[in-house]
Design a protein around this ligand. Structure first.
Ligand code: NAD
Ligand code: ATP
Length: 294
């Protein structure tokens, strides 16, 4: 078995996690290839020897890899997705961060979960992604043109609201007057969209979510649409530019540009370990069932 290992940060709390993973994988003859910046951090702290192979970009992650292990929080998983791209390599998240909603393995029971990995006792949860076409073209979007959580348009350099003309499959939907608009995948439904009053979708639901950010209109509500819908946006406002984000990546776009959002032809494969299902994560991470009255 061959796995890629990726992380963005090193803190003292990382050491036991790394130790557990490396001891377990070495004992079980799993080949580890480590992202070069992450290995440098681990070398500097003398946590890991320099004997491992490294990778630096998505081009080096080929079909010989069985899995990518992301050590960090949700932000790290979103970056890990930009490394695996359309390769189909499944991602398993080990939560070294804070909420870690997408990172299903908790640091307390790494060895137990890694045993599921080498016994291949896991399932794959396929995550739909969104891509963006911008006219005129925006080069910073071209390089990594997909979002696993959401694509958001929002106001920039102003407190003034923006107007977002929105069309679904060429039919006019609404002109949102708001701080912004979130187009979310089912995976992203527990992220930014949730904070703006959007519903939670289970990851396998074939839908997209359109959630306005602070609309100045009491009747504007989050809308669920089929995931084969082509969504077209045109933004206008007092400033010349507005912000577009794809997950954690942000760029500036000129007013009146045309944005077309569509589901990508490929998906991201997330590893689901027995017992760590989406429904269990809802209860444990969003604290459902904590109300002791029932
Ligand atoms: N007000 C908000 O809730 C808000 C605002 C901006 C961005 N976000 C989210 O943050 C993401 C980018 O992450 P970052 O690390 O760069 O920002 P960050 O460091 O501000 O982290 C945002 C928080 O959102 C959580 N999160 C991210 N994706 C999630 C998901 N699919 N389900 C549940 N929680 C999730 C993370 O655990 C983290 O606690 C965006 O894709 C967006 O979903 C949320
Ligand atoms: N490899 C790591 N080792 C130790 N701590 C980490 C590691 N990766 C992330 N962290 C801690 O978690 C924080 C958040 O990490 P990250 O950016 O991956 O997630 P996030 O998007 O903020 O989501 P979450 O709330 O799930 O942590 C970091 O600022 C850091 O403190």
């Amino acid at each position: 078995m061959k796995v890629a290992i990726y992380g963005q940060y090193y803190q003292n709390s990382t050491e036991p996690i790394i130790n557990d993973i490396f001891v377990f994988f070495n004992k079980n003859n799993v080949e580890m290839v480590i992202e070069s910046h992450f290995l440098l951090m681990l070398n500097e702290k003398k946590i890991v020897e320099n004997k491992y192979k490294t990778f630096t970009s998505h081009t080096e992650l080929d079909s010989s890899f069985d899995m990518l292990i992301s050590i960090g929080g949700d932000g790290t998983i979103l970056r890990a997705a930009t490394l695996v791209r359309d390769s189909g390599i499944p991602i398993l998240g080990i939560n070294a961060g804070r909420l870690g909603f997408l990172a299903t393995v908790q640091k307390e029971n790494i060895a137990e979960f890694m045993q599921f990995v080498i016994d291949r006792k896991y399932t794959i949860s396929k995550r739909a992604l969104l891509s963006l076409t911008c006219s005129p073209t925006n080069e910073s979007i071209e390089e990594i043109n997909f979002a696993m959580n959401e694509i958001t348009v929002s106001r920039k350099d102003t407190t003034s609201m923006i107007t977002i003309d929105t069309y679904l499959n060429d039919e006019f939907l609404n002109s949102y007057w708001a701080d912004g608009l979130i187009i979310s995948t089912p995976t992203g439904s527990t992220g930014y969209s949730l904070s703006c009053g959007g519903p939670i979708l289970t990851p396998d639901v074939k839908s997209l979510l359109i959630t306005p950010i602070a609309p100045h209109n009491l009747t504007a509500r989050p809308l669920v649409v089929p995931d084969d819908t082509e969504i077209r946006l045109k933004v206008s406002g007092r400033e010349e530019n507005y912000l577009v984000s794809l997950d954690s990546r942000v760029t500036s776009v000129k007013n009146e540009s045309i944005l077309i959002l569509k589901k990508t032809p490929f998906q991201i494969n997330m590893v689901e370990i027995p017992e760590e299902t989406f429904l269990k994560t809802l209860r444990s991470k969003l604290l459902w069932g904590q109300d002791k009255r029932n």
